[in-house]
Design a protein around this ligand. Sequence first.
Ligand SMILES: Nc1ncnc2c1ncn2[C@@H]1O[C@H](COP(=O)(O)OP(=O)(O)OP(=O)(O)O)[C@@H](O)[C@H]1O
Ligand SMILES: [Mg+2]
Length: 412
Amino acid sequence: MLLHDDGKQEFVSREKKDRRDFEQIAALASRMGLYSHLYSKVAVFSKVPLPNYRFDLDDKRPQREVSLNFGLLKRVNAYLGEYLSKKSRNKESFSDNCFSRSSSNSSIVTEEGLFEQPEPLASGTAVMEKILLRRCSLLRDQQQAWQESLEGREMLEFRQSLPAYKEKDTILTAILQNQVVIISGETGCGKTTQIPQFILESKIDSARGAFCSIICTQPRRISAISVSERVASERGEKLGESVGYKVRLEGIKGRDTRLLFCTTGILLRRLLVDRNLKGVTHVIVDEIHERGMNEDFLLIVLKDLLPRRPELKLILMSATLDAELFSSYFDGAPLIHIPGFTYPVRTHFLENILEMTGYRLTPSNQIDDYGQERMWKMSKQAPRKRKSQIVSSVEVCKLLFNVVKTELYRFV
Ligand SMILES: Nc1ncnc2c1ncn2[C@@H]1O[C@H](COP(=O)(O)OP(=O)(O)OP(=O)(O)O)[C@@H](O)[C@H]1O
Ligand SMILES: [Mg+2]
């Protein structure tokens, strides 16, 4: 009966049955390709797998009828409708997301669903490839449009003034040719804001933007957040588009996020559940001189990972870096130094400046030791003077009071 009725999914029998009877019927149902379960005294046979508990078949569960007034019912229905439509939209974008990520998708479940990656699709590789390529060209168009805009040009001008920009080609070539690169540079030269951007921009320019995934670690939450905001604004985007961040209990990351700033702890957490960092193409460890347990442990884990992921690139950065030490730890990884903002320093003596400016010294305009001393003496004397003034006023008051008192006694 159940098998022949396409519209029916299950058959519920409330006839009292002995457990042995049920076992026999269940065996028969199983031979017919059906699932069965005995819920207390109710037997269910179904075309789909059955859960261990069914609240609708639990007679002991208190049943309560809740009546809602019309207005509330209307609101509840509206919320439900909104929720269901959102859910279906999310479902669509989730399946879309399957394609947006790198080709080696995997499902990684972490505490906060941070690096969630959908299950690989068994079929549709060609479709996936096509969608990824379309996303690559979309990213490239967006980047070009920003670079050609007025604000984009102004921002580029500023970025080009940074010392890191002058080393852009050297850095990109080194990264291309080596699995590990160590970069040092004076503070403010543009390591944190520029180097991850160089990689992202070069990938987007070569129409491989959707295939890259860069993680840049920061030692502190505040720097991960502020740097991501800065980089997003340098790219003329909002946070959560191609640039995002993730720190504990907080993050902004979107479907198309290709550059993620996170704390060292967050990357370690990911490594716990995803030993091979699937889908990640570049790991940038910033401020490696800030040695802590997490940071050192991260480097050990990453060193261990490199042979398993030969295509993964590791970039280590710092301002004050014991570069040789890190280079030797990573089997002689190449070092790049970005020269900082250094300005030539020349010494000028006051006499020379006076001579150069033609300033003439007269007894009234010169400030010599005597003048300074006099000013100092005057400033020191000022409070004393004020004090003596107050004392004398008090004395005058006292005198006046005594005079008034004497006069009053005379009258009384
Ligand atoms: N939030 C911001 N707003 C404006 N300009 C910024 C901001 N962040 C950085 N910059 C500019 O970008 C330049 C490069 O900053 P960046 O943080 O990349 O330097 P860095 O080499 O990483 O320095 P450090 O060694 O201190 O980490 C700075 O000198 C500054 O001029
Ligand atoms: Mg920095």
